[in-house]
Design a protein around this ligand. Structure first.
Ligand code: GLN
Length: 525
């Protein structure tokens, strides 16, 4: 957990309690889209331990049945907060369970669209919603009205599609407003948050910059110093720029050149961060060290481990050279964690919670006795990008495709040598250059070239060649969990293939990867 005051204390916040639905994070996402700050916590959250007061509470859907013995239940203290409450699907069943237990197995499962029939919209929850399509996904249903509630909407299969407490602002809906299949779902969430909870719509990145800079200053104090690794990607650059705005040169960025970065990457990052953004950056060329450790290694997992461990070692060694002006040790480590990682680690997926700490960070925190500072931990990726634009980070960097920590080492299959990295790098550079020229970069989620250490015969200028293969990959995805390959025009592929074979020594053939994820992964190793 990051130290310091919480964003939820600085903006009106809707609390989303997660019962494990695959859509829970979308509730948060939608609320943020109309500038309302929302935070998700597991359904087991004790309200007394919250440390802030929400403007409203949403209980998410979930895979359990409320009547089952091991079903999760909410802390009843939410009812003492005296703020509006909205139960979605499992959330509504939970409200019903608490007030009369009239929940059981339905005759049939209902999965898919239904038409919402609003019978009472006097409370404004369903304003603009009548006859709209709503998305259902449930097997259990209410067998009767919970004590003290009345029906405000129905659907063909759900007589209690919408309910409200007779005297309190507590609502339940059977459908999922957070998915786009519910055509007016966003309207409902807005009606709830704005009209019923009176949450201020002031969650903007413009406002976030100021509050976050103040928060960082308070947290770090007037003299302490902060260190952080940059990678050339959007997250670490945005986080570094925020730190620089907040504490200037007391923030030290380190770029470790591990020898498997993209073509001219270290020089480009230095130029952009130092000259363009005024970030106090130290570039460490450790490429020989990394490449010598990778010598002879072909196993992908081993490559990843070697790079991770060598990184910690190099980073610590270089960090020791920094002498803070206050005469003390460096106290904080900056980390560009984003909200999806936070959600991943706190979401309610059954009795045990999965907590994930990034390998590198965990090691550094322990060895160097640092405290973690994570200015982006409340933000979704598109919010980070917007923030980056506002902070003056170049557009190309803000919209850059993700790049893996082990870099080109996992895009050179088999043994990683300087020569092999060079081939992969050059091919990748040509490929990305052509993608940008064709105006396709922003339509593609991730694109890169892989070097396959397989020799094949070719002919160039009447000479027989016997060289390796470049595989091109480009995928489209919204969440990187599933992905499809990008349907390039044949003429585009033709051009890239011809350039690569002609311009990159050591390549005889180019192939295009047409496998989706699953069954393949995005990266080849
Ligand atoms: N498991 C409950 C049911 O089947 C709730 C489902 C949900 O929240 N989507 O009705």
């Amino acid at each position: 957990m990051a130290a310091g005051e919480q964003v939820s204390n600085m903006f009106d916040t809707i609390l989303v309690l997660d019962f494990g639905s695959q859509y829970s994070h979308l509730i948060t996402r939608r609320l943020r889209e109309f500038n309302i700050y929302a935070e998700m916590l597991p359904c087991t959250q004790k309200i007394s331990e919250l440390g802030w007061t929400p403007k409203g509470v949403i209980l998410s859907g979930g895979p359990y049945s409320v009547y089952a013995e091991d079903a999760p239940h909410v802390d009843h203290a939410i009812f003492d907060l005296n703020v509006p409450i909205l139960g979605i699907c499992y959330g509504m069943q939970e409200l019903a369970w608490i007030n009369g237990k009239q929940v059981g197995r339905g005759d049939k499962r209902e999965y898919g669209p239904a038409t919402l029939k609003v019978i009472d919209d006097s409370n404004s929850l369903f304003k603009g919603m009548n006859d709209s399509t709503v998305w259902m996904s449930h097997g259990d249903k209410l067998h009767g009205l919970p004590t003290g509630y009345k029906t405000i909407a129905t659907s063909d299969n759900s007589p209690y599609c919408g309910i409200v407490h007779e005297t309190k602002p507590i609502y339940g809906i059977q459908f999922h407003p957070e998915v786009t299949h519910s055509t007016q779902g966003k309207t409902l969430l807005k009606n709830f948050a704005v009209d019923l909870c009176h949450a201020k719509q002031n969650w903007t990145m413009e406002n976030f910059i100021d509050t976050e800079i103040n928060r960082i200053r308070k947290l770090v104090g007037p003299t302490a110093e902060v260190i952080g690794a940059v990678s050339g990607g959007v997250d670490s650059t945005v986080a570094s720029k925020l730190m620089t705005e907040a504490i200037g040169d007391r923030f030290h960025a380190i770029l470790v050149d591990n020898g498997v970065l993209r073509l001219n990457e270290a020089a480009n990052v230095k130029k952009t961060l130092v000259e363009g953004l005024g970030i106090n950056l130290m570039v460490v060329d450790a490429s020989e060290e990394f490449l010598s450790k990778l010598k002879g290694v072909t196993d992908p997992e081993k490559k990843r481990k070697i790079i991770g461990n060598t990184f910690i070692h190099v980073f610590e060694r270089e960090a020791e050279k920094i002498k803070p002006k206050d005469g003390k040790e460096i106290q904080f480590l900056l980390q560009g964690t984003l909200y999806p990682d936070v959600i991943e680690s706190i979401s309610f997926k059954g009795p045990s919670q999965t907590i994930k700490t990034h390998h590198n960070v965990g090691g550094l925190l322990e060895n160097m006795k640092l405290k973690l500072i994570e200015p982006l931990r409340e933000l979704f990726k598109d919010e980070v990008r917007h923030l980056g634009e506002l902070l003056g980070i170049p557009h190309d960097l803000v919209w850059r495709h993700p790049f893996p920590g082990p870099g080109i080492a996992i895009r050179v299959l088999g043994e990683v040598t300087k020569e092999q990295v060079e081939i992969a790098r050059k091919a990748d550079n040509i490929y990305i250059e052509e993608i940008k020229k064709a105006g396709l970069y922003n339509q593609i989620s991730q694109a890169f070239a892989c070097l396959l250490p397989v020799k094949s015969v070719g002919v160039m200028g009447d000479q027989r060649t016997y060289d390796q293969v470049i595989a091109l990959r480009a995928i489209e995805t919204t969440d990187f969990m599933t992905a499809d390959w990008f349907p390039f025009e044949h003429s585009f592929l033709k051009k890239v293939a011809s350039r690569i074979v002609n311009e990159v020594d050591g390549v005889a053939r180019v192939t295009y990867d047409i496998t989706s994820k699953p069954p393949a992964t995005v990266e080849w190793e």
